[in-house]
Design a protein around this ligand. Sequence first.
Ligand SMILES: *[C@@H]1O[C@H](CO)[C@@H](O)[C@H](O)[C@H]1NC(C)=O
Ligand SMILES: *[C@@H]1O[C@H](CO)[C@@H](O)[C@H](O)[C@H]1NC(C)=O
Ligand SMILES: *[C@@H]1O[C@H](CO)[C@@H](O)[C@H](O)[C@H]1NC(C)=O
Ligand SMILES: *[C@@H]1O[C@H](CO)[C@@H](O)[C@H](O)[C@H]1NC(C)=O
Ligand SMILES: *[C@@H]1O[C@H](CO)[C@@H](O)[C@H](O)[C@H]1NC(C)=O
Ligand SMILES: *[C@@H]1O[C@H](CO)[C@@H](O)[C@H](O)[C@H]1NC(C)=O
Length: 247
Amino acid sequence: MALNGRHGDAHCRGFINNNTFPTVVIFSISLATLESCGNSLVVSTAQGPNAYGNLSLVQIGNISGYIDTPDPPTIISYLPGLLYKFSCSYPLEYLVNNTQLASSAAAISVKESNGTFISTLNLLLYNDSSYIQQLSIPMAGLTLKTRVFAAVKASNLDRRWNVLMDYCYTTPSGNPNDDLRYDLFFSCEKDPQTAVFENGKSQMGRFAFEVFRFVKHKNQKMSTIFLHCVTKLCRADDCPMLMPVRL
Ligand SMILES: *[C@@H]1O[C@H](CO)[C@@H](O)[C@H](O)[C@H]1NC(C)=O
Ligand SMILES: *[C@@H]1O[C@H](CO)[C@@H](O)[C@H](O)[C@H]1NC(C)=O
Ligand SMILES: *[C@@H]1O[C@H](CO)[C@@H](O)[C@H](O)[C@H]1NC(C)=O
Ligand SMILES: *[C@@H]1O[C@H](CO)[C@@H](O)[C@H](O)[C@H]1NC(C)=O
Ligand SMILES: *[C@@H]1O[C@H](CO)[C@@H](O)[C@H](O)[C@H]1NC(C)=O
Ligand SMILES: *[C@@H]1O[C@H](CO)[C@@H](O)[C@H](O)[C@H]1NC(C)=O
């Protein structure tokens, strides 16, 4: 069985996993090589609630195709042919959930919402505006007012997609739904110490903010800050339409 009739192409064929019962045939469809096996991608734009429940324009990618058995080289056959049609719908919006700022920016997870292009988005921290040296956080924590340069970066994506940060905020706990939060920027609203350098124009969104402490941590030597960004992938041509506009 192969994707979209590409029986001659090894990477379009499924591979058999007999470690499960019943045995399954697994097909791999990656965003970067989507069309090479004849899958189709249709992107539509719809008004919908974003990851934070606010209404905004979100793009939805619909990937479709079929899986079938090759036709035998004869006029008739007594073997049944198989044809599976499939389609998967992906909202192109994610919550990039960073670990705490007081340790390093290592473990990162992308919230899954009904199918995601997982592991394509990373939230990284750098020490200055050159975005070369990743931020290392001293044992005693960062000094208040230190400028931290953050980037939401896409990898394994082909050129047609850009990264658009919708909403970046911080919480004192690792729970992205924590009631206590401090917004760095949301659409055109931003904290006065936050600067957005690049958004929706490339595969990297960049912004900077200044280190603060959560007042509720006043009895602790260090205040931990967790950084979260609600991020969209948009087709390069469509990003300007999805950018917030100041009325
Ligand atoms: C799985 O099944 C295939 C086809 O029958 C066989 O070639 C392969 O060796 C099997 N692999 C394992 C790990 O059993
Ligand atoms: C959208 O977000 C803003 C800023 O966080 C908030 O004030 C507003 O109530 C939200 N609107 C809705 C409909 O959730
Ligand atoms: C996705 O595309 C397939 C094939 O064109 C179509 O059958 C399906 O309804 C679409 N799904 C959505 C959610 O638009
Ligand atoms: C995925 O989306 C469909 C249609 O929007 C919905 O019916 C389904 O419950 C969702 N599944 C999950 C796991 O969120
Ligand atoms: C960031 O790190 C680089 C390389 O270690 C260093 O040259 C640069 O001065 C640092 N920038 C700041 C603002 O500390
Ligand atoms: C966000 O990250 C924190 C810290 O790693 C983790 O405990 C939490 O489960 C993550 N939340 C989501 C929704 O991914």
